[in-house]
Design a protein. Structure first.
Length: 357
């Protein structure tokens, strides 16, 4: 067992284990953690003694609360390009996970937010406990859902739009209902499940699923399932303005409280982040996973100059005044989109893998 880069790495039985261990930051992914995960996976790729990988957390509160946005902020303010290196490394790591030649199981317990959500989605077999809370909360800091959310949220239609724009959290029951996780296992059984995986003489997909099957339980009813009609009604509109207008004029007494609360959340998000997030959800429905991630990478590098991320991080993380001064000039949005499409078209026609930008 080794402890380095806020990772606990070990091999037990036929199982290669990576445990996130940056508990003071709710396991927010540092660049060292990202690179450490990727390097360890490369090491285990051809290791005959390892049949499968298990990724878990050493925190009681979170699997992973997202990316290291303070690091990104500090890098940009210092005038260096480390923030770009961070995203490039993160996307390479996610690509390594998805394409890994052995089963990758992830245990989700507590917060699964932003970059942590993307990390979980890149794993092959996803288990969640009743304690998990999932969200892509990027619009709250003037950003947009990335780490492949352009792909995995857009497959959820109006629900994906709702999650992308509001950043609201959903439960483990909701995630199971939406097929964002594969199995529900009580948190109290995680240690026993892990021990069973370690004890197994063979860890192929069939055997892993057999073992998991002895621990799964039915979670509480999905709250989101009861809100589907409302979400579909309001979030099917093609523009942010129409979505917000629909919420504002919901006259049904049973739905009005939810509509007003949702509208209040949206009004706190900057217009550029909302419009971009909506556009990505609309575009993503017709793009492959790789194209979605390429598009996100182009947008990430432009967003520090053009978007509201730096102001959002300043207001909510650095100064903590919770009073961000969002940009109000909507005409900038069209300019940003033009730059995105030009850059994305160039990387596509050159057959350049945008993760390496």
């Amino acid at each position: 067992m080794k402890h380095e880069n806020n990772l606990i790495i070990s091999t037990q039985g036929r199982l290669g284990m990576i445990c996130l261990d940056r508990t003071t930051h709710l396991n927010a992914l540092s660049i060292a953690m990202i690179q450490g995960i990727d390097q360890q996976l490369q090491h285990w790729r051809d290791a005959a003694e390892v049949d499968a990988i298990l990724i878990s957390s050493n925190s009681e509160k979170a699997f992973c609360a997202g990316g290291d946005i303070r690091y990104l902020y500090d890098s940009y303010q210092a005038g260096n390009t480390q923030y770009r290196d961070y995203f490039a490394a993160e996307y390479l790591m996610l690509d390594t996970l998805r394409k890994f030649n052995k089963p990758v199981v992830v245990l989700l317990d507590g917060y699964v937010l932003g970059g942590g959500f993307g990390l979980a989605q890149a794993c092959h077999i996803k288990l969640s406990s009743e304690k998990s809370r999932f969200a892509m909360p990027e619009t709250a800091i003037g950003f947009f859902p990335d780490v492949a959310a352009t792909h995995f949220l857009s497959r959820l239609d109006e629900i994906g739009v709702y999650m992308a724009l509001t950043g609201e959290q959903i439960s483990s029951s909701d995630a199971l209902y939406l097929d964002l996780v594969d199995y529900h296992v009580p948190s109290a059984h995680f240690a026993e499940l892990q021990a069973s995986l370690i004890a197994a003489p063979d860890l192929n997909y069939v055997e892993i699923r057999k073992i998991i099957g002895t621990f799964i339980t039915h979670p509480a009813e999905s709250q989101l399932k009861t809100q589907i009609e409302q979400i579909n009604k309001h979030f099917a509109y093609p523009s942010v303005e129409e979505i917000e207008n629909s919420l504002a004029h919901d006259s049904k007494s049973l739905d009005r409280t939810w509509a007003q609360q949702t509208l209040s959340v949206l009004k706190q998000r900057p217009i550029m982040a909302k419009k971009t997030s909506l556009k990505l959800q609309q575009i993503g429905q017709n793009l492959s996973l790789e194209k979605c991630m390429q598009l996100e990478r182009v947008l990430q590098d432009l967003w520090f100059e053009q978007g509201d991320l730096i102001e959002g991080v300043r207001a909510l993380i650095i100064d903590k005044d919770k009073n961000p001064q969002w940009q109000q000039d909507n005409s900038k949005f069209d300019l940003i989109l033009d730059k995105i499409w030009l850059s994305w078209h160039k990387t596509s026609t050159e057959n350049s893998y945008a993760f390496k930008c």
